[in-house]
Structures are given as structure tokens and as C-alpha cells.
Ligand binder design. Structure first.
Ligand code: F6R
Length: 587
């Protein structure tokens, strides 16, 4: 969802600084953007519809300012217009605000303050208006605190005041991180915004506020007391957050998989064994996540079943709350999330905790809300993932969950060996010849309007994941099926020439999925086989290494590449698919 980034310090080009930093958050929202800055005690605002990456910094070049804030929007309330873009002013122009989240009681606040005071369709405007209202009779900090007590819903907002040389920010449910350097403060919804300037951070928790004047002070909004926060040094580098020589982040992140599997399994063994013991003792283990992370969970059900002989239940996070009947204090919920901020996952965790159950999280973003509020947390260490479509995070999550399944089976070393071999095979697979071949396959199916993907066992969830990848970046209608389900309905969709992708492993179900593939071929389907071995029914053979039970990790990578090329061939932007945002912080 929306990206927010603000600066207060001694650099006099604050507007350009937030303009550049915001570009690094564009993956969070890209329908419109805006900047507010203070110059000669006046707040100035500039906003535009469109992508910040396509905008010029010219309007900010001459703006001497040491205090500025910026926002890239992913619309929730109100159409994509310049008027609805942030920052938003209070009606008397004394307060400007940027916001990520949803103020659920905004209609109520509008009614109370008088509808004529509002000029946009957004919920955000009430934040500025309410603070401005209270600021008439009290200082900026007290006004912001008082307003926060009235907001319902989720927010991370930053406010600037005409009268005060300060930034005030608060969070409940949406991410907000303070980057700190000597005499400088950077407030952002995600670290890449300020990685160039500092790696020292304070994570704000829910119901906390930070007031940045001469120094930064933290306030707990539940008690209104000042609190101390620990400064953490993050280990991402600026280089990792850039796309280097690649045309798109998506391609860069696919290629990062040459290394990321090794980073995912490079864990503290004692910690993994402790978690394995917990899983063994738990009475009821659930796996939950959204979208791609959800498909990773679903594949891991098979890993736990096949490797560790353990029954683990998967439910998408948005559906998980209905399972509350089955939760007891001895239950364990394992949540998987790249961003560590997904609202549905946080809600699933809340439901589990209310029943006294424990939560293990597997995240990529260090210090994220999900990581900080779980009982145990493991990081996949994939480095920043900026393309909206999740690629390297997914294979890292799969690798770590497979490793845990091996640990539960008491065969950690065997699992490690398999995954090290898999990492090395992926490194070999991603060679220029392989990349060229996938592009040729994309050329062959580029004009199709429908694609179907089949898989069996742990490759069935990967068929579902492959469909997500193709849909979201190329807008081709793609659907994944369990191979054996074809004959129960979906095969009616096949007409001569329909591209069908079969994800095949050298395992005990190989013959079954080959039979299903031949059934498709008999109806005229154009078959793309992703498999360690050739079969006569393939029109295209994408040769992948034989990774045994780790085959879902290997098989999904060529489909990520295929989706990428389909996107580019069809003139889409693979990094910023329409209607989607990288971090889904609304329910
Ligand atoms: C698809 C994709 C999404 C995310 C989902 C969960 O490529 O990226 O489906 O997987 O929104 O996000 P996280 O993993 O951040 O919880």
C-alpha cells in the first residue's frame, strides 16, 4: 500500500531528497504522488497523478528546505485524481498530512467537524482537519495525540504544521520506521527510502508516536508517556536495493535466486532444532499467508507430510480467522510473509494469540510488524524484494520451510545437503542459454489469451503460484489445476493451440501427471513441459535439474521468467502491475 517518506535535518535540499527516496518506495503505490515542504515558514505542496519514476525533479531544484515529506498513493478511498493525492491540508492550510492505511471512522469525524470543511474524497483529510482543530487551543504534539485517540482503523501518518518546526508521526497497524543519523531523521514506510543515508533505525510499534523537533522523542499513545526505543542496525545494503544493469527489478530478483537459497538456509541450527521440537509438541500446526506466500504454505503442507510425516493445515490468511474453533493454547500458527506487514496475516496472528496459541513467522523484512509480534521469527535474508511480483522471497520461503520439515523429521543435515545441492543447480540453471530459451517460449505463447498450468503433489501449489505470476504481470488469463482434477471439469476449456504448462518432478507421481499432460495434448493443447526429462508430448521442453522433493523450488523459477518475458513482450511494466501494491496493509 502507499509509501511515505519524510526528512528533517540540516540538508537544505530536503524536497529533492524525499523526491529521490520516494522513488525507492514506488513499488508500494504508483497511481499518484506528492510532496510537502516548508520554506520561509510556509508549507508548500506539489502533487501529481502518475508514477514518480517518470516525473522530473525540476519543481524542487530551487526549493531550499530542511523539512519535507512525500507520498506515493495506492488508492483506497477516492478516485485517482490530483486532488485526492497526498499530502492533504487542513481547510485552514495550517496542517499537512501524508497517510498509509484507512481511518475507518472518517465519515463520522467529517460529520462532526462539518462536511463543508473537506474538499477531497479521502479518509486522510480528517487527520489534518482534526489535528488543526485541536491545534487552535493546544500545542502541536498534544493536538496530534488527542486526534490519534479518536482514529479507528489502521494508520501510519506524518504531519507537518505551519506554526511548528517539527514532524509528528504515529502508527497503528501500518508500517513506520525512523532512520537516524547525526542531526537527521528519516521517516518511512520501508527502509529502501533512506538506505542511502543511514542503516540505523527505530521501529515504531502500534500506538506509538514520534515527535521530531530538535531531537526525536517517542510516545506511547496508550499511556501518553514518553518511552525509549532501541536503535537497530539493519544489514541491507543500498546496492541490493537497486536494479543494477537489469531492465526491471523483477528480472534482477529472479536472477538473485542464484544466491538467495543459500542465504535462506543459512540459519542458526539450534534455533531450527528448537522450532522443530515445538512443531513436534504442538497440538495442531497451521500454515498461513496470502497470495504467493500462501502457495508456499500450501506446498509446505506436502513437505511436512512427505518428509516429516506430519499433518499441517494450510488456510489463506484472509480465511484463517474462521479456524478459531480449532485453536487451543497448544496450537502453533506458522505465518509466511515477505513484507512482514500484510494486514490479513496480522489479523490471523491476532486470532491465534487470542486463543493463547503460539506464532512462528517466516519473513524477509527484518523488524517488520509480523516479525516483531510473533513468538518465534526466522528471516529468509533474501534482501530487498521491490518488484510487486514475489519471486526470490517465495523460493527462499520454500527452502526454509523444507529445511524445517527435515529438522522435524530428525534429518536436518540431509535437508541441508539437498538444499545446498538445489541452490547450486539453480545457479547453473540460470545461464544465458536457459534465459534465451524461456524468452523463445514466451514468444511462442505471447498472443494467447488463456494459459493453464498443471501440477501434482507439491507442484500443484506451484501451478497455482505460476498462474498468479502470469496473471499479475502479463494480464493473460492463467489458471492452475491439480493435474488429476482436469478430467473433472477444466479440460472442457482446452481448444487446439491452448498453451498448457505441466510442472513435473522425477517422483512417484510423475507418470500420473504425464498421463494428464497427454490428455491435454489429445485435445490439441500446446504443451510446455517443465521437467528434468523430455517427453514426446512436449511442444517445448524447459529442462530443469532433478531436485527431488525440492522440485517446486526449481520448477517455479522458469515460470517466473516466462511471466516476466510475457509482461515485457505485451508492453506491460512487470515491476508495477496495475491495481496491485507490494505490501498489502489493508484488510
Ligand atoms: C504475488 C505477490 C502477492 C504476495 C502477497 C503476500 O506475486 O507478491 O501475492 O505474496 O500479497 O505478501 P507478503 O508476502 O508480503 O505477506
Amino acid at each position: 500500500m502507499c509509501g511515505i517518506f519524510a526528512y528533517k535535518g540540516y540538508q537544505t535540499n530536503a524536497t529533492e531528497l524525499v523526491f529521490e527516496g520516494l522513488k525507492n518506495l514506488e513499488y508500494r503505490g504508483y497511481d499518484s504522488w506528492g510532496i510537502a515542504w516548508k520554506k520561509n515558514q510556509q508549507i508548500q505542496v506539489y502533487k501529481q497523478v502518475g508514477k514518480i519514476s517518470e516525473a522530473s525533479s525540476e519543481p524542487f531544484a530551487e526549493q531550499e528546505s530542511t523539512l519535507a515529506m512525500s507520498h506515493s498513493r495506492w488508492a483506497t478511498h477516492g478516485a485517482v485524481t490530483q486532488n485526492n493525492a497526498h499530502p492533504h491540508f487542513s481547510s485552514d492550510q495550517s496542517i499537512a498530512v501524508i497517510h498509509n492505511g484507512i481511518i475507518e471512522n472518517y465519515q463520522e469525524i467529517r460529520d462532526r467537524l462539518g462536511r463543508s470543511r473537506f474538499s477531497t474524497e479521502t479518509d486522510t483529510e480528517v487527520i489534518a482537519e482534526l489535528i488543526a482543530e485541536y491545534r487552535k487551543t493546544m500545542d502541536f504534539e498534544s493536538a496530534a495525540k488527542k486526534a490519534c485517540h479518536e482514529f479507528e482503523g489502521r494508520y501510519a501518518f506524518i504531519a507537518m504544521s505551519q506554526e511548528d518546526d517539527m514532524l509528528i508521526a504515529a502508527r497503528r497497524g501500518s508500517p513506520l520506521i525512523l532512520g537516524v543519523a547525526a542531526g537527521e531523521w528519516f521517516l518511512a514506510s520501508d527502509i529502501p527510502a533512506f538506505l542511502k543515508h543511514t542503516r540505523e533505525v527505530n521501529y515504531l510499534d502500534d500506538d506509538q508516536m514520534v515527535v521530531i523537533g530538535e531531537e526525536a522523542r517517542f510516545i506511547d499513545l496508550l499511556s501518553d508517556m514518553e518511552i525509549q526505543k532501541r536503535t537497530v542496525t539493519i544489514d541491507w545494503t543500498e546496492e541490493e536495493a537497486q536494479k543494477g544493469d537489469y531492465d526491471h527489478f523483477m528480472l534482477k530478483e529472479i536472477m538473485d535466486q542464484k544466491e538467495t537459497i543459500m542465504r535462506a538456509i543459512n540459519q542458526n541450527e539450534e534455533e531450527i532444532l528448537k522450532i522443530a521440537e515445538y512443531i513436534k509438541k504442538a497440538r495442531g500446526v497451521f500454515l498461513s499467508g496470502c497470495g504467493t506466500a500462501g502457495k508456499v504454505c500450501m506446498a509446505s503442507e506436502y513437505f511436512f507430510s512427505i518428509v516429516a510425516n506430519r499433518h499441517v493445515n494450510f488456510a489463506p490468511a484472509s480465511e484463517f480467522p474462521i479456524y478459531h474453533h480449532f485453536l487451543i493454547p497448544e496450537s502453533l500458527l506458522i505465518v509466511v510473509s515477505q513484507s512482514g506487514e500484510t494486514a490479513d496475516v496480522l489479523e490471523a496472528m491476532k486470532v491465534a494469540k487470542e486463543k493463547g496459541a503460539k506464532v512462528l513467522s517466516i519473513v524477509n523484512v527484518q523488524g517488520s510488524s509480523i516479525a516483531r509480534t510473533s513468538d518465534f521469527s526466522l528471516q529468509i535474508n533474501a534482501g530487498p524484494e521491490k518488484a510487486v511480483a514475489s519471486t526470490k522471497a517465495a523460493t527462499s520461503q520454500l527452502s526454509l520451510l523444507l529445511l524445517i520439515a527435515y529438522a522435524v523429521a530428525g534429518r536436518l543435515e540431509e535437508g541441508k545437503k539437498l538444499l545446498i545441492e538445489t541452490a547450486s543447480m539453480i545457479n547453473d540453471m540460470l545461464n544465458p542459454r536457459f534465459l534465451k530459451y524461456i524468452k523463445e517460449v514466451a514468444d511462442a505463447i505471447n498472443h494467447s489469451e488463456h494459459t493453464y498450468i498443471i501440477g501434482k503433489a507439491a507442484n500443484y501449489p506451484m501451478a497455482l503460484e505460476s498462474a498468479i505470476k502470469i496473471q499479475e504481470v502479463s494480464y493473460i488469463h492463467a489458471e492452475g489445476f491439480a493435474a488429476g482434477e482436469l478430467k473433472h471439469g477444466p479440460i472442457a476449456l482446452i481448444t487446439p493451440g491452448t498453451p498448457c504448462i505441466a510442472l513435473i518432478a522425477e517422483d512417484e507421481v510423475r507418470q500420473d501427471i504425464l498421463n494428464s499432460t497427454m490428455e491435454l495434448k489429445s485435445r490439441g493443447a500446446y504443451i510446455i513441459g517443465v521437467s528434468p526429462n523430455m517427453h514426446e508430448c512436449f511442444d517445448h521442453w524447459i529442462r530443469v535439474p532433478d531436485a527431488g522433493i525440492a522440485s517446486p523450488i526449481v520448477n517455479v523459477i522458469p515460470i517466473q521468467l516466462l511471466a516476466y518475458h510475457l509482461s515485457v513482450l505485451r508492453g506491460c511494466n512487470p515491476d508495477m502491475p496495475r491495481n496491485l501494491a507490494k505490501s498489502v496493509t489493508v484488510k
